[in-house]
Ligand binder design. Structure first.
Ligand SMILES: Cc1cc2nc3c(=O)[nH]c(=O)nc-3n(C[C@H](O)[C@H](O)[C@H](O)COP(=O)(O)OP(=O)(O)OC[C@H]3O[C@@H](n4cnc5c(N)ncnc54)[C@H](O)[C@@H]3O)c2cc1C
Length: 394
């Protein structure tokens, strides 16, 4: 173990991955989490081969396997006709091309796996009920002040404090994230409750006009994860109650009955309002940097937000290890390496958000182009799934 502590604000997937990656490089880390307990919400998350490679490096991939589901294909279907339009095969050719499999997992299992690995490391201290309020930098020291008055000194601070990151506001000061006008409803139900069992071994996304539905199994196949998203027309028209449950029903009314029927698996009790930000170039200030959603929040249309956070963590730790105690240099090198890849995810996700939600002639064109795709050549995401080089090796 070397040096003073590195402070991390936020114990989500990104913060825990960063703690683990830094501990593997022999650094002492203290994670300050705002919530009373470390945890995640109870829904699924998709993990591509690019992040499987990172989780393997962090030594947690194997431990996640029992809780993971490995679909045989990613299917894109038309929500109005319920017709399969294209697929990416996730079998042998995929594994040979990318070196790792694609999997889906319950967020609590992923976060729990990272948390268990952190708890096994003597270098890591995990503290809950420690919301970061402010920080200052002087000489070689960062001083963090928490909402409960606790004060910590460290050699550096990583803001992994999510979409509404206070660390970001101190570093960049660019205000609230951009509201996309998209609303998400989710639900996880026992597999016995799912009426249509024809898509048990796939990750299926049905795209339709201003809406889409995603479905895949979790927890060894015991439950079905369901996600319904709408691009609110009310918000575009300046009307009240944008994204409310009745707008969900309204927009899905045009979909095929076999698609619409899946709405009964999503809860109306709460929805998530989607945000992102334009890519930034200044997430580092001296001994303070940002990671994950704090640095580059993205829409979920490539399913890569958490994956980018985990890639960030691995790259950050490599740069810290290479720079010794020179954290400003390490953090700038990290930002340089992560900037364009994360920006490409943010901007491509916006594009895919348009692509899947079209209607009319654009829908006809999209379907024709998508039908022509080769299931063994996922060219749109090839740059992503190939993953990143760390220290010159894949
Ligand atoms: C509908 C939807 C589907 C998605 N699907 C996928 C997917 O399939 N694959 C994928 O990779 N990504 C997906 N994402 C994105 C993914 O959820 C996020 O990118 C990811 O969770 C970001 O992780 P993070 O650790 O950076 O931030 P967060 O998960 O937001 O964690 C931030 C942590 O910081 C804590 N915190 C906040 N403020 C403070 C403070 N002041 N002090 C200390 N702690 C603080 C919070 O309590 C939290 O624990 C999806 C997102 C949505 C909305």
């Amino acid at each position: 173990m070397s040096g003073r502590e590195i402070l991390i604000a936020g114990g989500g997937i990104g913060g825990l991955a960063a703690a683990l990656a830094l501990a593997q490089k022999g650094r002492k880390v203290r994670v300050l989490e705002k919530a009373a307990e470390f945890g995640e919400i109870g829904y699924g998350i998709q993990m591509g081969p690019n992040v499987a490679r990172m989780l393997d490096r962090l030594g947690v991939l194997k431990s996640l396997e029992p809780a993971s589901v490995f679909p045989e294909a990613l299917i894109f279907a038309d929500a109005l006709s319920n017709e399969e339009i294209s697929r990416i095969a996730l079998g042998k050719a995929f594994l040979a091309r990318y070196g790792f499999r694609y999997f889906v997992i319950h967020r609590r299992d992923l976060h729990g796996g990272l948390l268990a690995a952190c708890r096994q490391r003597g270098e890591i201290v995990l503290e809950s009920s420690r919301g970061l309020k402010s920080f200052s930098q002087k000489n070689q020291t960062v001083t963090a002040v928490c909402e409960n008055g606790a004060v910590y000194e460290g050699s550096a601070l990583i803001g992994a404090d999510g979409l509404w990151s206070p660390t970001r506001q101190a570093v960049i000061g660019d205000g609230a994230p951009r509201m996309a006008g998209h609303y998400v409803y989710r639900g996880v139900v026992p597999i016995e409750e799912v009426a249509d069992k024809s898509r048990m071994n796939t990750m299926t996304i049905w795209g339709g006009p201003d809406l889409h539905m995603v479905q895949y199994r979790l927890q060894g196949g015991a439950v079905m994860n369901n996600v319904a998203t709408i691009c609110s027309r009310r918000i575009r028209r300046g009307e009240p109650d944008p994204g409310a449950p009745d707008e969900l029903e309204e927009l899905f009314a045009r979909t095929h009955p076999g698609v619409r029927d899946n709405l009964r698996y999503v809860s109306r009790e709460r929805n998530w309002v989607l945000h992102d930000r334009d890519p930034a170039t200044n997430w580092t200030e001296g001994r303070v940097t940002l990671l994950g959603d704090a640095a580059h929040p993205t829409l979920q249309y490539l399913a890569q937000g958490a994956q980018m956070a985990i890639e960030d963590a691995v790259v950050l730790a490599e740069k810290v290890a290479a720079a010794g105690e020179d954290y400003p240099r390490a953090f700038l090198a990290y930002q340089r390496e992560r900037m364009n890849r994360s920006a490409r995810v943010v901007l491509s996700s916006r594009f895919f958000g348009e692509y899947i939600h079209v209607d009319g002639g654009a829908r006809a064109l999209r379907n024709e182009l998508a039908r022509a795709r080769d299931p063994d050549n996922p060219w749109e995401v090839d740059w992503l799934y190939k993953g990143i080089e760390v220290n010159g090796t894949l």
